[in-house]
Design a protein around this ligand. Structure first.
Ligand code: NAD
Ligand code: DAU
Length: 332
């Protein structure tokens, strides 16, 4: 049994990972989370107290980070400012958390010689044309577009440098778009589901032709555990589940699954610098480490996710009005 430190474990993917670890291993978990607008204690409710502890604190707080690294065997680093639209509005927190925060953790990993897994995104590779047969691989050059993705790219490069220069025992994974329970209502899929629940028409940026490569958060978690257990130090692994769909198709499917007309949505102002298409080739992870996704069928995963938001309005209601006010001010 190991003791894991999970940064950002009260956020969307981090909390899904903590639930996955509790359900599939006997590891103990300490979550370090600043509980920003995106963090939510309720996402960890019901987990056994003798196995999961939440420490409310910031990854840029070096003395706190130092103390926690001394207590654990390994670290999985999810904490980040994660939303592209927010990064276009105010980039500064992205630099603080994604760059300085990752630097602070790497220094502690170096001092305490701890196994470190860094969670990153496919957005570091920029975007692909709609008709390009290529998908991102581990050797695709970095070409990030937004303040968010450029700070994630910077954090990846810090990890690589700390491996090479200081021998830190780290791995990196870059995953495609996640969906599932506990995702903040600012993000595309939960925004549209909760809009329909509230009687608001879904909002599609631009023409809606942009493609994202969807993976269920639980499949992301199983991939991260696989890399933590069997990954090679210094290596990067791409995580994806062959889930390419354009945004228009996703909105139409949400509307259909929620009993609405498929065209009952609005086109709104496009995102500045909006990446056109992401697509992951996860051959390395599958062939070298033997991982494969469990949620093969996007439609049934989406139906279950809709069910979760319908059942858990208490979890998201407080954030909904503020989020919609932010978008309304930008014509979105
Ligand atoms: P999220 O915004 O839902 O959660 C982020 C969490 O980090 C929150 O709980 C927040 O309170 C915490 N946090 C933020 N700043 C912090 C700080 N300074 N110190 C401590 N905690 C802090 O994000 P998410 O969607 O769950 O993404 C998690 C990670 O996965 C990020 O690193 C993101 O880049 C990466 N990722 C996300 C996706 C996706 O589709 N959402 C895909 C690939 C990779
Ligand atoms: O690819 C991985 C990335 O996926 C992660 O690194 C990010 O943390 C995560 O937020 C996500 O980034 P995206 O920008 O792709 O996700 P978002 O949910 O914001 O938007 C998905 C797509 O939907 C994108 O093309 C923009 C579009 N969109 C979004 C919103 C919020 C809309 O059309 N309407 C909307 O209301």
């Amino acid at each position: 049994m190991s003791h894991l430190l999970v940064t950002g474990g009260a956020g969307f993917i981090g909390s899904n990972f903590v639930h996955h670890v509790v359900a599939t291993t006997d590891h103990r978990v300490t979550v370090l989370d600043a509980l920003t607008y995106a963090g939510n204690r309720a996402s960890l409710a019901g987990l056994p107290e003798d196995r999961v502890r939440l420490v409310h604190g910031d990854i840029t707080d070096a003395p706190l980070v130092d103390e926690l690294f001394a207590e654990v065997d390994a670290v999985v680093h999810y904490a980040a400012e994660s939303h592209n639209d927010n990064s276009l509005h105010d980039p500064r927190p992205f630099l603080d958390t994604n760059i300085i925060g990752t630097y602070t953790l790497l220094e502690a990993a170096r001092k305490h010689t701890r196994r470190f897994h860094h969670i990153s995104t496919d957005e570091v590779y920029g975007d692909l044309e709609l008709d390009d047969p290529a998908r991102f691989t581990e050797s695709t050059p970095y070409n990030p577009s937004s303040p968010y993705s450029s700070t994630k790219a910077g954090s990846d490069l810090l990890v690589r440098a700390w491996v090479r220069s200081f021998g830190v025992q780290a791995t990196i994974s870059n995953c495609s778009n996640n969906y599932g329970p506990f995702q903040h209502v600012e993000k595309f899929i939960p925004r549209q589901i909760t809009n329909v629940i509230r009687g608001i028409r879904p909002k599609l940026y631009g023409a809606g032709e942009n493609v994202r490569d969807w993976i269920h958060a639980d499949d992301h978690s199983s991939a991260v555990l696989t890399i933590l257990e069997r990954g090679t130090i210094g290596e990067t692994y791409l995580i994806g589940a062959d889930g390419e769909r354009n945004n228009k198709e996703v909105v139409e499917l949400i509307l259909e699954l929620m009993g609405q007309e498929r065209d009952a949505y609005d086109h709104v102002t496009d995102r500045a610098g909006h990446d056109l298409r992401y697509a992951i080739d996860s051959t390395k992870l599958r062939s070298e480490l033997g991982w494969s996704p469990s949620y093969g069928d996007f439609e049934s995963g989406l139906r279950a996710t809709i069910g979760w938001y319908v059942e858990n309005e208490n979890w998201w209601a407080a954030a909904k009005d503020k989020t919609e006010a932010f978008y309304a001010a930008k014509g979105q």
